[in-house]
Design a protein. Structure first.
Length: 74
């Protein structure tokens, strides 16, 4: 049971961090600007999409200008 609680706590921390990045409260480590995104469910191809990354996780897909800080790689 303790192992499960530890994993849940860690997942909670990661989720909170990614939400903070998506909302712009914490800046992303990397933002990929104006990419082409393929939606495999609908078959759509979306141009001009940004992807904000924190650590090894995607925090946001969409307009990521508010996620860019002085140390963010673009």
């Amino acid at each position: 049971m303790a192992r499960f609680l530890g994993r849940r706590s860690r997942l909670h921390e990661i989720t909170r961090l990614l939400v903070d990045v998506a909302l712009g409260r914490i800046k992303a480590d990397l933002v990929i600007k104006n990419g082409v995104l393929g939606n495999v469910n609908s078959g759509e191809v979306l141009d001009g999409m940004d992807v904000a990354v924190k650590g090894d996780r995607i925090a946001l897909i969409g307009d990521a200008n508010h996620c860019i800080g002085p140390d963010t790689k673009i």
